[in-house]
Ligand binder design. Structure first.
Ligand code: IPE
Ligand code: IPE
Ligand code: MG
Length: 245
């Protein structure tokens, strides 16, 4: 990859990790085998982002709508999540990764909730890479909880709605600690957002690939980063304005 200073790497990469089930089905394996291989791809994405100096990596692991899946698949996913937390947190801690799990944590069983809290505490001092795993997360849920949180902390705003600005609400979103994503990657061939970061994706560059998530390796992520660097981000301005700085 080139090192053109004019085209920086993304500070924040968000990924919709899709295609685990199809990866397994194509191999005549149960869907869970795909989820399990998906964990390997997560490890690789974290390592590659760390190496390239990406500061924020946000992964969509389980949506608020994924609870609709067959109960057996849901419970297997929860077991995998617990297994990954138990096995990977030490490595994250040692590699400067700060882990946050973002979403409706109260939906999970108490044992998983405790593992999440422990993992967040153990890695809380790190800042090389901010890793957010979105679980029981939905973009609409996030906006509604932000409204509730804003009004709970500043109840006087209910009587003065005209005084509420975009930044006031944004401060209460679940990912308020991070800049908005520069690059969104979705694997698995679908070209949709599936209720991921609805507010924060307003000006994000969107990258869709047919690769299934377990096949999304280091080279695939590097290709996405290179594509990102070729984009001109205008944020509503003209190309000439952007060129003039
Ligand atoms: C993404 O892979 C992982 C989760 C949503 C938990 P899928 O399980 O959606 O895989 P496909 O889309 O069915 O292939
Ligand atoms: C999106 O994938 C959610 C995650 C990757 C966690 P889905 O497989 O749930 O999305 P749809 O249902 O195809 O839109
Ligand atoms: Mg899917």
């Amino acid at each position: 990859m080139g090192t053109d200073a004019k085209s920086p790497l993304p500070r924040h990469v968000a990924i919709i990790m899709d295609g685990n089930g199809r990866w397994a089905t194509r191999r005549h394996l149960p869907r869970v085998a795909g989820h399990s291989r998906g964990v390997d791809a997560v490890r690789s994405a974290i390592e590659t982002c760390g190496r390239y100096g990406v500061r924020y990596l946000t992964l969509f692991a389980f949506s608020s709508e994924n609870w609709r899946r067959p109960q057996e698949e849901v419970s297997t996913l929860m077991r995998l999540f617990m297994h990954a937390l138990r096995n990977e947190v030490g490595k994250l801690r040692d590699n400067g990764v700060r882990l946050r799990v973002v979403g409706r944590i109260a939906d999970f069983d108490p044992e998983l909730q405790q593992l999440i809290r422990d993992a967040e505490t153990v890695t809380a001092g790190n800042e090389r890479l901010h890793l957010s795993v979105c679980a029981s997360y939905g973009g609409r849920w996030d906006i509604v909880q932000a409204v509730r949180s804003l009004l709970a902390t500043q109840p006087e705003l209910a009587a003065a709605p005209d005084s509420i600005g975009e930044d006031d609400l944004a401060r209460h979103l679940a990912l308020a600690f991070a800049p908005e994503p520069d690059l969104l990657i979705r694997t698995g061939g679908e070209q949709r957002i599936s209720n991921f970061l609805l507010w924060q994706l307003a000006y994000t560059e969107l990258y869709f690939t047919d690769l299934l998530w377990p096949d999304f390796d280091e080279a695939a992520l590097e290709a996405a980063l290179a594509w990102y660097r070729s984009r001109e981000r205008r944020f509503g301005r003209t190309s000439a304005q952007v060129a003039a700085g």
